[in-house]
Write a protein that binds this ligand. Structure first.
Ligand code: NJP
Length: 232
């Protein structure tokens, strides 16, 4: 209660659901995404202590503005949850270089940028928690996930390095590695999978909040979360 949490990719899916859960616990929220109409609608639903800001994690200046506006509004940011992400599921030999670049730029470089600039702020206050939503595809080889896996293995590597660099400075960095989650992430697929076999988005949001709410003196570095029927 009263803590400030910044969430990227908060206009829908995992970010939006986590924001709703944290709003119910009394957190101040800073929500970021590119579609500001969707985002403002979420912010309006969640109430007064919510700031909605245009954010494109592929743009360094946009990330810097997001961090500065968050601190200007609430004075400090206690936690960052990185949910902004995108996926195109093709085998390595079929994937276009444009789709490969987009996943690396949004998922990996975008997470790097938000971690870097919020991390610098947290270092000054000698406290902070960062949760990166990675994927089971960031730790296991799944056919058809070439570019997505490459980006998510990268995010897991970044997360582990930041743990080594920042743990002793009061900043906890965690990775959540989910299997398939029932969100609009799957909407654009030509063959839309059956969402009823996936992890409910409300469950995933609870896992993220659980990580954030751990007592001082220990941290959860990584958790792997599976749907009822295993990897889909
Ligand atoms: O995805 P979706 P999820 N700058 O599509 C935003 C990972 N994951 O919630 O910018 C800023 O419902 C976008 O907003 P907009 C996945 O890889 C998922 O399921 O307006 N924001 C929206 O708010 C991702 O890292 C599954 O288009 C940008 C949000 O990102 C995270 O979980 C499984 C942006 C995406 O909402 C959240 O995914 C898994 C940008 N450049 C890992 N580009 C799963 N769903 O099955 C996009 O293992 N966004």
């Amino acid at each position: 209660k009263g803590k400030t949490v910044a969430i990227t990719g908060a206009s829908r899916g995992i970010g939006k659901e986590t924001a709703a859960l944290l709003a119910g616990l009394g957190a101040n929220l800073v929500l970021g995404a590119r579609n500001t109409d969707e985002l403002h609608q979420v912010a309006t639903e969640l109430g007064a202590n919510t700031l909605a800001l245009d954010l494109d994690v592929t743009s360094e200046s946009s990330v810097v503005r997001f961090v500065e506006a968050s601190v200007a509004k609430f004075g400090r940011v206690d936690a960052l949850i990185n949910c902004a992400g995108t996926g195109v599921f093709e085998a390595a030999l079929e994937l276009s270089s444009e789709d490969f670049d987009r996943m690396i730029t949004v998922n990996l470089r975008g997470t790097f940028l938000t971690c870097k600039y919020f991390g610098q702020h947290m270092l000054q206050q000698e406290a902070g928690r960062i949760v990166n939503v990675v994927s089971v595809a960031g730790t296991t080889a799944l056919a058809g996930c070439a570019g997505y896996s490459a980006s998510k293995f990268g995010v897991l590597g970044l997360t582990r390095v930041m743990q080594a660099e920042l743990r002793h400075k009061g900043i906890q960095v965690s990775a959540v590695l989910p299997g398939a989650v029932a969100t609009p992430f799957w909407d654009g697929m030509t063959q839309k999978p059956d969402l009823s076999n996936m992890i409910p988005v409300q469950s995933l949001a609870r896992h993220i909040v659980y990580i954030l709410c751990q007592p001082e003196g220990s941290s959860i570095d990584e958790i792997l979360i599976m749907p009822p029927l295993g990897i889909l």
